[in-house]
Design a protein around this ligand. Structure first.
Ligand SMILES: [Zn+2]
Length: 295
């Protein structure tokens, strides 16, 4: 009886602790716009857990992902831009074809913005026909295309298939900043089962990004503490995939895919990553698919 009572008390104390911790954790505001330190005109717009880059020039604004899936982010995004400049929003560039990043762009279209994306994103959008996703007006078909506006050049680089087959790596050569979304985690393993990721192509893409000239990366979801990415993050993302791939290849060769591999493979070098415990088994499952079934 007393042991049960003690256990009950422990639960109550724990609950009280948790409640206090939750009360003390600051709630981030629903959206925020920040100027990237050291730049004249590069901004990050965050809405919830998604974010985009925009660049203000004297001749207009280059915006990226509307991040408006089932929420009014684009309206807020435009209001935030217009607090900074009354210059027209000339472009909206989609990072890749996933709708959580690119839906909701109609308010930009209504203002006359030209939408640009990789050709494969346009093809996908035209197939799905979601009324909430604006079809791109212009496309990137080769390895690179430049957008130039008001003295700013933004490179739209295509480095092959990685997270989707339509990922752009947007690079500001003068500022040495890139914006690319969902595939280069900051202190994180890959997201869940790596849906719509191309293996092993993603490794080649990371090598190309590492070879580019840049110093800071704006991610599509805020990094730990809101920090930007560095080349070390890209190198870590690559070494994680290489280590994961080697470990699963060995396990697959021993017939351990899926269950034993998912249970037994550990990559202690990366265990400090926030989502390591939850997502490593799912990342392993994805590589088991590759080694066992060639997909
Ligand atoms: Zn994505």
């Amino acid at each position: 009886m007393s042991r049960i009572h003690a256990a009950g008390m422990a639960v109550l104390v724990l609950a009280a602790f948790t409640a206090t911790a939750q009360a003390q954790a600051p709630t981030p505001p629903p959206f925020a716009t920040t100027k990237v330190e050291g730049t004249d005109n590069v901004y990050i717009f965050r809405f919830g857990g998604h974010q985009s880059m925009f660049i203000v020039t004297k001749d207009g604004v280059i915006a990226t992902d509307p991040i408006g899936l089932r929420r009014p982010a684009a309206k807020t995004y435009i209001e935030e831009i217009q607090k900074i400049t009354k210059a027209p929003i000339k472009y909206v560039i989609y990072s890749h074809s996933h709708f959580d990043h690119i839906a909701g762009g109609k308010p930009f279209k209504d203002l006359g913005a030209v939408f640009v994306a990789h050709q494969n994103a346009k093809t996908r959008i035209q197939q799905v026909k979601d009324p909430d996703v604006v079809v791109p007006d212009q496309v990137v078909t080769g390895a690179k295309r430049n957008i130039t506006l008001g003295g700013t050049t933004l490179e739209l680089n295509y480095v092959g298939k990685n997270h989707s087959d339509s990922m752009l790596v947007m690079r500001l050569p003068k500022e040495k900043i890139i914006f690319t979304v969902d595939w280069i985690p900051l202190n994180g393993v890959q997201f869940r089962g790596m849906a719509d990721n191309y293996i092993p192509d993603i490794e080649e893409g990371l090598k190309k990004v590492i070879a580019m000239d840049w110093e800071r990366m704006i991610p599509g979801h805020p990094g730990p503490g809101g920090r930007l990415g560095t080349k070390d993050d890209a190198r870590t993302a690559l070494s994680y995939l290489q280590d994961l791939s080697a470990a699963v290849k060995e396990a697959a060769g021993q017939g351990k895919c899926y269950a034993d591999a998912m249970k037994d493979i550990k990559l202690p070098k990366y265990e400090s990553f926030g989502n390591y415990n939850a997502n490593l088994p799912l990342n392993i499952e994805r590589y088991c698919d590759y080694y066992n079934r060639g997909i």
